[in-house]
Design a protein around this ligand. Structure first.
Ligand code: FES
Ligand code: FES
Length: 163
């Protein structure tokens, strides 16, 4: 496939199916923000280091700046816009709100989605496991303590949900 070739992808994002024709070179982060207007997927480093662009691909946390949109053809994606149920925040979002797990909020969508993936895999993590899991998500504001408290609070409030 030539990178300037246009390709059609079919993807389910936040429960809705889409078919889009895009240049083959389009990054997943670019596709989400500029073709689907899902701007909660933030761009930071664009070199797979900061985690601001994290989304869930078939339930796994991935860095969307590090993938081409064509790689999600036929797959299911969740962005931060798809987590809440109407006005009801996802328990992880609620915990970040309750425990003040954010300051400027730039890292927050990625932190929240990364934490959702962790709790799905490990519903009862230790503080060290949380720290280890979010090591790929950089926050320049909080010093991480409140973020870790938020994830631990979410694990408590979601007890049993994934079991
Ligand atoms: S923008 Fe993707 S990891 Fe930083
Ligand atoms: S809250 Fe500002 S970068 Fe994390």
């Amino acid at each position: 496939m030539m990178l300037n070739e246009r390709v059609t992808i079919e993807v389910t994002i936040n429960g809705t199916e889409y078919e889009d024709t895009i240049p083959a070179r389009t990054l997943l982060s670019e596709y989400l923000r500029e073709h689907r207007y899902l701007t909660g997927t933030h761009r930071g480093c664009e070199t797979a280091k900061c985690g601001a662009c994290t989304v869930l691909l078939d339930g796994d946390a991935v860095k969307s700046c590090n993938m081409l949109a064509v790689q999600i053809d036929g797959r299911e994606l969740t962005t931060i816009e798809g987590l809440a149920d109407g006005d009801d925040l996802h328990p992880v979002q609620q915990s970040f709100w309750d425990e003040h797990g954010m300051q400027c909020g730039y890292c927050t969508p990625g932190m929240v989605l990364s934490s959702v993936a962790l709790l799905e895999e490990n519903p009862d993590p230790t503080v060290n496991e949380v720290r280890e899991h979010i090591a790929g998500n950089i926050c320049r504001c909080t010093g991480y303590a409140k973020i870790v408290e938020s994830v631990m609070d979410a694990a408590d409030s979601m007890e049993g949900q994934y079991e």
